[in-house]
Design a protein. Structure first.
Length: 94
């Protein structure tokens, strides 16, 4: 049922999650927002709360409450940082 209810989230959890870190990519902002929503709902069903969200899309980040974003994110500055997760860099953009 969960795989059918949250298909994007299920794929990310199965293929792009290690320990408590997930790193995935999608082809557009709409899919990024949908992935954020599905992952948030899926983790909530498991009694977990995801935080430290980061995206190279300002549109996606604007849908995420500020307190749940990675601390380096400042949308007013117009710069998204590069961060390292599990030895892999996720590049931001200006």
């Amino acid at each position: 049922m969960t795989k059918d209810s949250y298909p994007r989230a299920a794929e990310t959890v199965l293929k792009s999650t290690y320990m408590d870190d997930s790193m995935d990519s999608v082809i557009n902002d709409e899919q990024g927002i949908e992935l954020y929503n599905q992952l948030s709902q899926l983790w909530a069903k498991a009694g977990m709360y995801a935080r430290k969200w980061l995206s190279n899309s300002k549109a996606v980040l604007q849908c995420i409450p500020e307190e749940d974003r990675a601390s380096q994110v400042d949308l007013d500055e117009g710069y998204l940082p590069s961060v390292k997760t599990l030895g892999v860099y996720m590049a931001g953009r200006q």
